[in-house]
Design a protein around this ligand. Structure first.
Ligand code: AHR
Length: 497
């Protein structure tokens, strides 16, 4: 037959919304993410900034329409005492950043700097609170300090003394991070009890929104962790459980970020595609206790994790970003879209200069990574209605290993435009995909593609635009059937209207 072996059928209608919060980011006090990445200091005369925040970064992130930003950790969050980071900078105490290189944290970037930056970016803050070495009182006070109206109690007065009268909007609150590990090495039972205690004293000061309380969730396939939280925490106190999954081959032998071979690539993609199984199985556990899907699953850390770039501090997790990362991003975001009935938020780790970053900086230079471009191409899915897809994919094979080559998701936006994002992870073979439009009106179809000559290609400060999206015309329409020719290792987004 003339039809390709890869088949996609797009439902004409859908009922679930792809929350734009799925396209969220993560900024930890780690390496050069905050200092040098987002923040270069108010007095900086060499790097253009707005109140110390890099102007180039603000512009780039606004283009991504980043919906939320998680801060201040990660592991760092369970060592962080927010009071150290408010008030006159000269009198802020320093601390030791024990998780990330034992560097001195001078607390010059604190609550005001972060929340004002979120307003500048037009993004919603997601504060990750200290459970491991903090107290319920400290969290209760942080909430009052940031969100309660002025004049209501001493905390908002302190905020005013420190220069901010109006509360900020802070809806998303994480109660600890990786409680099973760096957050306190707790058992799930013990953490569930602590969660209940901390959540009890979170008082909502806003009339406009309720606080969204997020439990520190499982690592990878730890379904018992999710089950324990779902069973032991009253759902009246719980809005979401989190999940962390990194595309790492082996913690002891992660391999370089750019000079990898195809076998290594296959192993990374196996880890990336595992997200589909993880989300499906954690959701199934949640369904048992919450069939109406009131509690959300939040993948608040995900991405590729490799060796640091040669010559950089091994605790700073600075790595390059290639087409392999674009494949991780494209397939993972398709998975999140397709599970948007349960996955309501996700946070790529991390925004700048750390792990699978969307932005890298060096002095006053900045570059956008292939992952940035995927995120930008996928902005069309933000808050659109998911159109469920059925996908039949050929295998991408290497040696004895195989993985489905093609990943797809589709949505319809408020203007009735349909967007289809297709990824071909095959490192060598182009893949033709026959898309059944099922009667979707298709007056015009346009497309964009992200690919390159080599899988290992990446952007450098010398060549910042080597990998960037281009217009795509590799499709043919025949009535209701659209045949799309996906180049090897490519991400394609089509607009059908
Ligand atoms: O993103 C880096 C680290 O990975 C985070 O601090 C921690 O939560 C996870 O283990």
């Amino acid at each position: 037959s003339l039809l390709a072996q890869n088949r996609v059928s797009i439902a004409k209608t859908g009922k679930d919304t792809i929350s734009r919060q799925i396209y969220g980011h993560f900024a930890e006090h780690l390496g050069r993410c905050i200092y040098d990445g987002f923040y270069v200091g108010e007095g900086n005369k060499t790097i253009p900034n707005i109140n110390g925040v890099r102007t180039d970064v603000v512009q780039a992130l606004k283009k991504l329409k980043i919906p939320n930003l998680r801060w201040p950790g990660g592991c760092f969050a369970d060592t962080y005492h927010w009071r150290d980071g408010v008030g006159p900078k000269k009198s802020r105490p320093s601390m030791l950043n024990i998780w990330w290189g034992n560097v001195r944290e001078d607390n010059s970037f604190g609550t005001h700097e972060f929340l004002n930056m979120c307003e500048l970016l037009g993004t919603e803050p997601y504060l990750s609170a200290n459970v491991g070495s903090g107290t319920p009182q400290e969290l209760a006070d942080w909430i009052k300090y940031t969100t309660h109206p002025n004049g209501s109690s001493p905390m908002p007065e302190l905020r005013q003394q420190n220069g901010r009268t109006e509360p900020w909007n802070v809806k998303y609150w994480g109660i600890g991070n990786e409680a099973w590990g760096c957050g306190g090495n707790m058992t799930a039972d013990y953490y569930a009890n602590l969660y209940r205690q901390f959540a009890t004293f979170m008082s909502n000061g806003s009339k406009d929104y309720s606080l969204f309380r997020i439990a520190s969730g499982a690592s990878d396939g730890d379904y018992t962790w999710t089950e324990t939280l779902m069973k032991n925490i009253p759902h009246s106190l719980l809005d979401a459980v989190a999940l962390h999954h990194y595309s790492v081959i082996e913690w002891a032998k992660k391999g370089p970020s750019t000079t990898f071979d195809e076998e290594t690539y296959m192993k990374t993609m196996k880890q990336a595609l595992l997200m589909e199984e993880l989300v499906t199985k954690h959701s199934a556990v949640m369904d048992k206790y919450d069939p109406k899907k009131k509690v959300a699953l939040l993948v608040d850390e995900w991405g590729g994790w490799y060796d640091v770039e040669p010559g950089t501090n091994s605790a700073f997790l600075y790595q390059q970003n290639t087409l392999r990362d674009a494949m991780i991003a494209g397939t993972t975001l398709n998975t999140f879209n397709n599970h948007c009935d349960r996955v309501k938020m996700a946070n790529l780790a991390q925004a700048i200069n750390v792990l699978q970053a969307v932005i890298l900086t060096e002095g006053n230079k900045m570059l956008l990574t292939p992952t940035y471009h995927v995120m930008e191409m996928y902005t069309v899915h933000h808050d659109a209605t998911l159109l469920p897809v059925e996908v039949k994919s050929e295998d991408y094979k290497l040696g004895g290993d195989k993985l489905p080559a093609v990943s797809v998701s589709a949505s319809k936006d408020r203007q009735n435009r349909v967007h289809v994002s297709l990824v071909n992870i095959d490192a060598k073979k182009a893949n033709d995909v026959t898309v059944d439009l099922n009667g979707l009106p298709a007056g015009t179809i346009t497309g964009r593609v992200l690919t390159s000559t080599k899988l290992q290609d990446h952007n450098t400060f010398a060549q910042p635009n080597k990998v960037a999206p281009t217009a795509f015309s590799g499709f043919k329409r025949d009535g209701d059937k659209l045949t799309v020719s996906l180049p090897p290792f490519s991400v394609v987004v089509l607009e059908v209207k």
